[in-house]
Design a protein around this ligand. Structure first.
Ligand code: NAD
Length: 252
């Protein structure tokens, strides 16, 4: 444990999948972790797993689409750890499986609220804290759907393009203030989110592997590794970047 020794790190969407893998990894590297999610049972379990392994973690429940929740979340991290060095804004949802003209308004609002407003609210309060303490690092989870189109997921794709746009803009706005802000863009990763998608359409499983030149799905740990690198001092000159971790999906 060297890279994040004593650093205060917040991970949202940390009850499951990519966020859980990242929270466990930050803790293994010595970070004091604030585990957050709207799912209290799953989040408490992630925090308990970290503590059982000898790490430091606290669970703070928050719905990232709710301003008061996010404000209280960042305040809770600072109350507990005194500062906020790194934030991995990873909470997100993926609920569509139909072309654009068949999408409904409620789905649009829900996806935008969590994926776009959620990342904006998190950045808003995290950056406020980071300005007050003199710097910090943020990584947002976008997607390959934030870089190229995603048939049957038009709203999800729009939401992730928005995450990329906010990431680039905020990086430009706050670079001189000592805050680095990047996005990680996963390909198709084996997580509970993807298991649910495969359950809905079992025949797609094989096709999903084939979209990656590497010939398999990604693992949550492979995205966590990228998020940790972007947060680390090894990436000290990297900001405003969208790092595709996609087995080559967007290379072709
Ligand atoms: P997951 O469903 O396993 O985990 C997502 C977590 O986010 C869950 O624990 C969920 O409770 C939480 N969450 C959902 N809405 C929330 C809210 N309003 N407030 C707080 N927490 C909330 O999914 P995952 O695959 O680990 O996805 C993590 C991120 O990676 C998401 O942003 C997703 O869009 C993105 N992503 C996933 C894939 C993939 O193939 N799995 C690909 C590209 C991008």
């Amino acid at each position: 444990a060297i890279a994040f020794d004593g650093k205060a790190v917040l991970v949202t969407g940390a009850a499951s999948g990519i966020g859980r893998a990242a929270a466990l990894s930050f803790a293994r590297e010595g970070a004091r972790v604030a585990v957050s999610d709207v799912d209290a049972a799953g989040g408490e379990e992630t925090a308990a797993t970290i503590r059982q392994a000898g790490g430091e973690a606290v669970f703070i429940r928050a719905d990232v689409s709710k301003s008061l929740d996010v404000q209280a979340l960042v305040a809770g991290v600072v109350e507990r750890y005194g500062r906020l060095d790194c934030a991995f804004n990873n909470a997100g949802i993926e609920i569509e499986h139909r072309p654009l003209a068949e999408a409904d308004e409620a789905t649009f609002d829900r996806i935008m609220n969590v994926n776009v407003k959620g990342v904006w609210l998190c950045m808003k309060y995290e950056i406020t804290q980071m300005l007050a303490q003199g710097g910090g690092v943020i990584v947002n989870t976008a997607s390959v759907a934030g870089l190229v189109g995603a048939p049957t997921q038009p709203i999800y794709a729009a939401s992730k393009h928005a995450v990329v746009g906010m990431t680039r803009t905020a990086a430009a706005e706050y670079g001189r203030a000592g805050i680095r802000i990047n996005a990680v863009c996963p390909g198709i990763i084996r997580t509970p989110m993807m298991d649910r998608a495969i359950e809905r359409e079992p025949r797609r499983a094989k096709a999903m592997e084939k979209v990656h030149p590497i010939g398999r799905l990604g693992e949550a740990q492979e995205i966590a590794n990228a998020a940790l690198w972007l947060c680390s001092d090894s990436a000290s000159f990297v900001t405003g970047h969208q790092l595709a971790v996609d087995g080559g999906l967007t290379a072709i």
